[in-house]
Ligand binder design. Structure first.
Ligand SMILES: Cc1cc2nc3c(=O)[nH]c(=O)nc-3n(C[C@H](O)[C@H](O)[C@H](O)COP(=O)(O)O)c2cc1C
Length: 312
């Protein structure tokens, strides 16, 4: 399946495995790349030694292109970008901050730059600043989210942008991929679906929690304070929302989240951990290999496109 994205990254299928802090490391990224998509190592919250080790490890696990994500809120973001420039990975995705100051430096190092954007204004800015592609991420997504849905972003951003646009948020199977391609996207980025994969190193209890959750299984916390995170509904999200409603100070709310994005995937803390996950959960019914997940995405997308052609 060829699109502007597969050509840009030299990959077989237009599917990126979205970076997931504390979840997507070399093993998962390499498995996705080996299956024909492109995996991404999530460096959010990690130190430089870990990032270097994971890039080295991924290179032993795959000879296919893979990416690295930098969370622009991290204090050591400049050092991480420097390291990535030296390592000359295939591409970088940049989220949670202003990517514009970093685009030129990364491009000069021969690295493709793909910022994650939540609206049309920033999409136009990153395109004008030389980004190679961009990811529009709707609020159906797991993790930190903006205010617009994936459909409204595809509707409004894609016609304004010439570089490849990748849609993210709520893609867990092939009909979604087909829909995104029909909307004019060059590919999709999926996070939650790959969280519940065999190669993902997250704790089995956390992966199972994603499998058993249904369409009403997530909750947004932090909406009022503009620090919105979508995660599985559990004791921690209930408590957070209770405190938010009671106008608890931001420090108290932050305390409730501290370390929890790590404890869920590391320790299987499904009650008080933060299991970041998107809304399209019902169709995730088992933990599969990345190969199975990607093949299924492509098979169902192709069938859906064929069905559409038969419409009169
Ligand atoms: C557990 C988790 C952690 C995430 N961490 C990051 C991150 O560190 N950086 C980033 O740019 N996006 C992050 N995201 C967003 C994903 O890269 C991706 O865009 C999102 O998961 C897509 O929506 P979906 O979950 O419905 O597939 C995270 C998502 C999840 C589920």
């Amino acid at each position: 399946m060829k699109t502007k994205l597969t050509e840009l990254l030299n990959i077989k299928y237009p599917i990126l495995q979205g970076a997931m802090a504390w979840v997507s490391e070399a093993n998962l990224a390499a498995a996705v790349s080996n299956a024909g998509g492109a995996g991404i190592i999530g460096t959010g919250g990690r130190d430089l030694t870990w990032v270097k080790e994971q890039i080295d490890l991924a290179r032993t696990l795959t000879d296919k292109p893979f990416g690295v994500n930098v969370v622009l809120q991290d204090d050591d973001k400049d050092e991480k970008i420097e390291l990535i420039c030296n390592e000359k990975v295939s591409f970088v995705t940049l989220g949670a901050g202003n990517p514009v100051p970093y685009i030129e430096k990364l491009k000069n190092a021969g690295i493709k730059v793909i910022p994650v954007v939540p609206n049309t204004k920033l999409a136009k800015r990153v395109e004008a600043s030389g980004a190679d592609a961009l990811i529009i991420e709707g609020m159906e997504a797991g993790g930190h989210i903006g205010k617009l849905t994936t459909l409204s972003l595809m509707t409004q951003v894609i016609p304004e942008i010439k570089i490849p646009v990748i849609a993210a948020g709520g893609f867990t199977e092939g009909r979604g991929l087909a829909a995104a391609l029909i909307m004019g996207a060059s590919g999709i980025q999926a996070g939650t679906r790959f969280y519940a994969s065999k190669e993902c190193v997250a704790h089995i209890d956390t992966k199972n929690a994603i499998v058993v959750a249904g369409d009403m299984g997530t909750e947004i916390t932090g909406y009022i304070s503009n620090h919105s995170i979508r995660s599985l509904k559990n004791k921690a999200t209930d408590k957070y929302i209770e405190l938010e409603k009671a106008n608890a100070p931001y420090e108290e709310l932050s305390k409730l989240r501290a370390g929890k994005a790590r404890s869920a995937p590391f320790d299987g803390d499904v009650e008080w951990g933060l299991i970041q996950a998107g809304q399209s959960l019902s169709v995730i019914t088992s933990i599969n290999s990345c190969d199975e997940i990607i093949n299924d995405f492509i098979k169902v997308a192709e069938e859906s496109i064929e069905k559409l052609k038969k419409l009169k």
